[in-house]
Ligand binder design. Structure first.
Ligand SMILES: Nc1ncnc2c1ncn2[C@@H]1O[C@H](COP(=O)(O)OP(=O)(O)OP(=O)(O)O)[C@@H](O)[C@H]1O
Ligand SMILES: [Zn+2]
Length: 739
């Protein structure tokens, strides 16, 4: 009999498969594509995914090794997900094995069985006998038994500690026959038909029209851009579409952006339905993630809600995909496999032939362009649901006004008025920490990161200087490191400073800071949201975390403190980002009965972008931005890939990129590739970061197909370059950031 070879995708950066011999003792038909295989690799063992089997190999007979073990009896990934992963790897120019690693829950990557866990449960034996003489000299066991007795459903083995029950006590109680153990299958819950748990809101005309349009075509692929102003009730449309899908026996995949959209949004879904909801976001632990993934794959979960990687969850009965806040850049992964979950979701929806809804108040220009060209159906919600009106914009010119920790006097007055009316205020400042830099008033020294081309931010709470780019932390110096004088001053204001000042200005009002520092503790965000939810007057001061999808009915004033940042950036997407951020933050104002106001405090209050945005709204801005992109041939009117390199010495990264440039040039000629331009190599906008020098080569093309004709051979050539060994490099297809 001829030998069987296994072509395996291994977690390695190399863009190829690895051949192994199938051990003779395993039946040939057990090797189905999609199963996990353990193999020797150098001196290590790795777990890979079988992609295909073959009867021949190019590996010489004395070099080929036997696979060690087959880990699954069924393919881990069904054929459609295998195809999606393969497509992803090819499109993003990434190794297939590593693509699987990003797509799979951690525990599966590590070889954990792909089975729903059986949970061990401890129960007190009945009738309960707390006076048992066996317990008289064992107070801990007695206490443990009492606690167990209070839990008629039993306590899970791994939760014992939580109830201060030691494993020793349990073992002793088991010996004395006072407790018993049960094994429960976590997915055993009987399969009930999902139902509504809460009455629905009657849709308004625009919502109904959007719902009808999507519902009418719910048996086939079609992409919808649900462009609804903030507070227009997009979520209600999603919820009713989900109801229809569930009633038809389908599963629904809902993608949400990262960063704390968590509690509020999730609650709206969980409260609405009696259905099994699998959560796959950053706050679930590895075990929970695996359970959710398995429940989704087996069809046990009805609704799957997660951040970008949830896109890769296998689903048996997929009927609808929803991408909430589709413009959010957290859908693009910025490391390793640089995929865009929104774009892949479109690929997935098309392959599964199901509808996909992209929702946003501020759609990205790519999506608007797709709507214009007819690839997406555009559905507009132009009014706020439930009668609230759109907030009013006020541009506050602060060129000649002194700023008090970033807050001008007229703004302070408006805040006071709002609080006195019993309402809440949201202050937006997209800068964490106390001050963006510490400066010596004597010699002009400024706090600078030793590892990055960046300033160190002063964090007063910890009396530290921190680099927001590499994570470096040092104690705040007492004297100037240059001139030894003691006059070091924080320059500019971050959220910490604004918080401190607001608390002094409004001593009787709670001031809640919401940024990555103040919410890093588990549960901290929930506590803050509870205070806000009470409806009492308060001031929230925070970064873009505040901009994302929150519904704060009592907020009537939104203040944007420093809107100038995005007006000068070199990145062609900066103005789009800034417009989205301003509109999203502004959208938190006046969402219930009382009308909302938005004050944009700026040194550039007359900047055309701010004028247009505040007077004509996001869509007018977006149309103009699109026509500028067209005129300058930038995405979505061209396609980009960014080759980045970094190394300990600048010339190593440069050498690599110079080599890459020549190879790319040769390939363009050899393969007669049309309409591709190589721009660079140049130093990255932040040239040094975390001690490494960074440079980049931008590849711009007027067709996606031509771009990929170049990228695929280019990447395999780069892998074998000598200069590639002294640099780290990555290819970013459709980059969202150009640094
Ligand atoms: N048809 C309706 N009738 C009455 N109230 C509604 C209706 N639809 C939605 N609402 C209410 O309007 C408010 C805003 O809705 P929702 O949060 O869904 O808007 P959104 O478009 O998702 O907003 P954003 O993009 O700003 O996050 C919510 O309080 C919601 O309960
Ligand atoms: Zn740094």
């Amino acid at each position: 009999m001829s030998e069987l070879y296994l072509r395996i995708a291994l977690p390695s950066p190399l863009r190829r498969l690895f051949d192994y011999r199938a051990p003779a003792h395993i039946a040939a038909n057990a090797w189905q594509p999609g199963v996990r295989v353990r193999v020797p690799f150098g001196r290590r063992e790795l777990i890979g995914i079988l992609v295909e089997t073959a009867t021949a190999t190019t590996v010489p007979a004395n070099k080929i090794k036997d696979a060690l073990a087959l880990l699954d009896t069924q393919p881990l990934l069904p054929a459609n997900m295998m195809r999606l992963c393969i497509w992803t790897a090819q499109y993003y120019q990434h190794s297939l094995g590593d693509t699987f690693s990003w797509a799979l829950p951690t525990l599966l990557r590590q070889g954990e069985p792909a089975e729903a866990r059986q949970q061990k449960i401890w129960l007190a034996k009945l009738p309960l006998n707390l006076d048992d003489p066996l317990l008289t000299r064992a107070p801990k066991q007695l206490q443990a038994l009492k606690v167990l007795a209070q839990h008629s459903q039993g306590i899970a083995h791994e939760r014992l500690e939580h109830f201060a029950i030691s494993k020793d006590s349990i073992a002793a109680l088991l010996k004395k026959d006072l407790v018993s153990q049960q094994v429960r299958q976590l997915q055993d819950l009987a399969h009930k038909k999902p139902s509504l748990a809460q009455p629905e809101l009657p849709l308004n005309d625009e919502q109904q029209a959007a719902f009808n349009a999507i519902h009418a075509n719910n048996q086939e692929y079609k992409a919808y851009l649900l462009a609804g102003v903030t507070g227009s009730g997009k979520t209600e449309v999603y919820l009713q579409l989900i109801r229809e899908a569930l009633a038809a026996g389908k599963q629904v995949l809902v993608l949400i952006p990262e960063i704390n959209l968590g509690p509020q949004t999730l609650e709206r879904f969980t409260k609405r339905f009696n259905a099994r909801i699998a959560l796959l976001h950053s706050n679930v632990n590895d075990r929970e993630r695996l359970e959710a993934w398995l429940a989704a794959r087996s069809g046990h979960a009805d609704i799957i809600i997660g951040t970008r990687s949830a896109l890769f969850t296998p689903l048996q009965r997929l009927g609808l995909i929803i991408i909430d806040e589709e413009h959010d850049t957290s859908y693009k992964q910025q490391e390793g496999l640089r995929y865009h979950a929104r774009d892949l979701a479109l690929v997935r929806a098309r392959a599964a032939n199901v509808p996909i809804v992209l929702g946003s108040a501020t759609p990205c220009l790519e999506s608007l362009h797709n709507a214009h060209s007819g690839r997406f159906a555009l559905l507009r919600l132009t009014r706020r649901a439930g009668g609230a009106s759109q907030p009013k914009f006020i541009r506050l010119d602060v060129r000649s006004l002194p700023l008090d920790s970033g807050i001008s006097a007229p703004l302070q007055k408006e805040i006071r008025k709002t609080l006195e009316a019993g309402q809440q205020v949201l202050v937006f400042l997209n800068r964490r920490g106390f001050a963006p830099v510490l400066m010596c008033n004597d010699c002009g020294w400024m706090s600078q990161c030793a590892e990055c081309d960046a300033r160190l931010t002063f964090h007063q709470r910890y009396n530290e200087l921190r680099c927001h780019h590499c994570g470096h932390i040092e104690a705040r110096p007492h004297n100037c490191p240059e001139c030894s004088k003691v006059d070091l001053r924080p320059i500019g204001a971050g959220t910490e400073r604004a918080e401190e000042r607001l608390q002094i200005l409004f001593p009787d009002t709670p001031v809640l800071r919401i940024d990555r520092d103040s919410t890093s503790r588990k549960g901290a965000m929930d506590t803050l949201l509870t205070t806000i939810g009470s409806g009492e007057p308060c001031i929230m001061i925070g970064t873009q975390m505040l901009a994302k999808g929150h519904h704060f009915p009592r907020v009537t004033l939104v203040a944007i403190l420093n809107a100038d940042g995005g007006l000068f950036s070199a990145d062609f997407r900066a103005s789009e980002r800034m417009a989205q951020l301003i509109v999203q933050v502004a959208g938190r104002a006046g969402r219930a009965g009382d009308p909302g106001r938005v004050i944009i405090q700026s040194q550039l209050a007359d900047h055309p972008l701010l004028v247009q945005l505040s007077e004509q709204g996001y869509f007018a801005f977006a149309e103009q931005a699109l026509s500028e992109r067209r005129a300058t041939s930038l995405p979505p009117f061209s396609y980009l890939a960014l080759l980045r390199a970094d190394a300990l010495k600048a010339e190593l990264a440069d050498n690599f990129l110079e080599d890459a440039y020549s190879i790319a040039e040769q390939l363009v000629t050899q393969l007669a590739i049309q309409g591709v331009e190589l721009l660079g190599p140049i130093a990255s906008p932040m040239e040094r970061r975390a001690g490494r020098y960074r440079a980049q080569l931008l590849i711009q093309a007027n067709s996606r197909a031509q771009l990929h004709r170049l990228l695929t051979p280019l990447c395999s050539n780069l892998e074998n370059l000598a200069s590639a060994r002294q640099s780290r490099w990555s290819m970013d297809v459709d980059p969202v950031d150009l640094f």
